[in-house]
Design a protein around this ligand. Sequence first.
Ligand SMILES: NC(=O)c1ccc[n+]([C@@H]2O[C@H](COP(=O)([O-])OP(=O)(O)OC[C@H]3O[C@@H](n4cnc5c(N)ncnc54)[C@H](OP(=O)(O)O)[C@@H]3O)[C@@H](O)[C@H]2O)c1
Length: 274
Amino acid sequence: MIVTLNNGVKMPQLGLGVWRVEEGSQVVDSVKTALEVGYRHIDTAAIYGNEAGVGEAIKQSGVPREEIFVTTKVWNSDQGYEETLKAFETSLSKLGLDYVDLYLVHWPVPERDLYVDTYKALEKLYADGRVRAIGVSNFPIEFLEKLLSETSVVPVVNQVECHPRLAQHELREFCAKHNIILEAWSPLMQGGDILTNEDILSIASKHGKTAAQVIIRWHLQIGNIVIPKSITPSRIKENFDVFDFELTQDDMAQIHALNQDKRVGPDPAVMNSY
Ligand SMILES: NC(=O)c1ccc[n+]([C@@H]2O[C@H](COP(=O)([O-])OP(=O)(O)OC[C@H]3O[C@@H](n4cnc5c(N)ncnc54)[C@H](OP(=O)(O)O)[C@@H]3O)[C@@H](O)[C@H]2O)c1
């Protein structure tokens, strides 16, 4: 499934995330497996330390570059206008690509208060045609409000932690009002107990699917872009095999009821490490 971003660029709604995937053969093999299975969207970041492997896998795959949607992100220590422009060149050269499809501000880092300048560098890269789209990650509403009032290109996505235990209804609604798509990180709650939750398992067995497939399908049906990570070939395949069934309204309501506003990752409002 393809979504159209607020600038008209098309983006596959389901991609492979590669956080904690080791640089070298592990990331090359995982990305190549994903591309063989049919994924056309890879989510990396400078801090993941595996951009070179992502680029290498793309080259080795034989899939034309323009068919693959590549996201990377500027890390917190590189925030600031000039620093971000420099960090982008480093990422691009590690990836071995001529352009990036989507470039994100990884975290707002409130203590540094540099995210507006950082985003202005992304606007420059976008104006210069170096990236096809720009956006943010881990931006709560108050940070988005400030960004929207001080910059001119509306982010295409806000990539945030989201899964059935942290449904992000309020943030999704705010984003939707501004034509920003919510992109879900840790969509499987990092492989946590949501995968053995009884409600999810009973929905899964009704559809002849796995818990992970039900959760990914829930993300797709609420309109999230979703980037599950796996280094296991069978799971990479399983996570992409979600286009032949549909969750009913009752299934969706049952999953919505699991929300506890519970995070497994840091709270962006106070995440200041770099
Ligand atoms: N912007 C941000 O700040 C941010 C933060 C976190 C993550 N992200 C992005 O979001 C992506 C996904 O998030 P995540 O890596 O934190 O967690 P996730 O995708 O929710 O979960 C990944 C974990 O689930 C396991 N898994 C995957 N598919 C499975 C399946 N079908 N059945 C059972 N277990 C399965 C994986 O194991 P194996 O790999 O061992 O198979 C891995 O341990 C990241 O890779 C990254 O690209 C972004």
